[in-house]
Design a protein around this ligand. Structure first.
Ligand code: R5P
Length: 303
């Protein structure tokens, strides 16, 4: 039988009010604990931002340059990522389950690069997302595309499934070669995704008025990378997006197709989490690139 409680020894601290915690992510204050916890595995609570690595390209374009061997080229980069966007196939087959950060799982698919890209369906059951303990689910939304309504409907069904189990959804919008990705279009596309319930949106940067895109979207916007640019241009784009109100970046080719992917990732982190300018980040990139090349030539411990 337990001993009778000794009130004197208990630490109730009636003089200290229990704090009520707010939540750092934009528009996420009214979400349930599980959703907020998952968002904290994507966005760093200390800065409110994310450096996400996108490696989901294979779901419609096969073994993309730089992703031929995810085990060799991508796994060593994971330690410098805050979140990873990928398909369940690569997740199960290749990513160590010890990866401690957020998994953002691609849940749409259908057409390959040989066909009309907007002709997508949901391609993952929410049960599998739960099984994989993902931090978020993601899909493409083609506003203005041939199958616009279908992709929006995919999104709302995924949002409903996510709300049922506390899993946020990130819509990816503005995909398509023929699109004019100006602020007017991006405002429209991002706002539609947020209005219909996604907890975050991934979209492209535009040179003019990007801040109106982030300001008019009530949930965090994460900048998409796009085709490979020279390193300084990619760093400048990331910097401008962050200064324009983006809550981070989700870049693929500009990282894994760089001459020095690890150095590039580290330089991007400096921009996103520490406010480095493109010039300062470029110096970090150049220095780390040389250092890492030296280490490859002369591995530590081999004398
Ligand atoms: C865009 O269509 C997809 O979500 C990707 O496969 C990917 O996220 C693109 O990344 P990036 O354009 O930075 O290479």
């Amino acid at each position: 039988m337990p001993e009778a409680d000794n009130k004197q020894a208990k630490q109730f601290h009636p003089e200290i009010p229990q704090p009520t915690h707010g939540f750092f992510a934009k528009g996420a204050g009214a979400l349930d604990w599980g959703m907020q916890h998952r968002l904290s595995r994507i966005f760093r609570p200390e800065t409110g931002k994310v450096v996400m690595l996108a490696i989901d390209h294979g779901y419609f374009q096969g073994p993309t340059t730089g992703l031929e061997r995810v085990d060799l080229n991508i796994v060593p980069l994971l330690e410098q990522t805050d979140a990873l966007m990928l398909t369940r196939g690569i997740l199960r087959s290749t990513i160590p389950p010890t990866y401690p950060r957020g998994i953002v799982m691609r849940c749409s698919g259908g057409p390959s690069i040989l066909k009309e890209l907007s002709n997508e369906e949901l391609a993952v059951d929410v049960e599998d997302a739960i099984r994989m303990n993902v931090a978020a689910m993601t899909l493409q939304v083609f506003v203005g595309g041939e199958h616009e309504t279908r992709t929006i409907h995919n999104m709302t069904r995924l949002v409903d499934a996510g709300l049922r189990y506390g899993i946020p959804v990130m819509a990816v919008t503005a995909v398509g070669r023929e699109l004019v990705r100006d602020a007017k279009y991006l405002r429209l596309a991002c706002r539609i995704c947020a209005e219909l319930g996604t907890q975050m949106v991934k979209t492209y940067y535009c040179d003019e008025d990007f801040e109106t895109v982030t300001a008019s979207c009530p949930v965090p916007i994460v900048m998409a990378g796009g085709k490979k640019l020279p390193e300084l241009d990619a760093l400048t784009m990331a910097y401008n997006a962050i200064q324009g109100g983006a809550a981070g970046v989700d870049m693929g080719r500009n990282i894994f197709q760089s001459d020095a992917p690890m150095a590039m990732l580290q330089a991007i982190r400096k921009i996103v989490h520490e406010g480095y300018t493109p010039k300062e980040a470029m110096e970090v990139y150049a220095e780390l690139k040389n250092e890492q090349a030296r280490e490859k030539r002369e591995p530590v411990g081999i004398g």
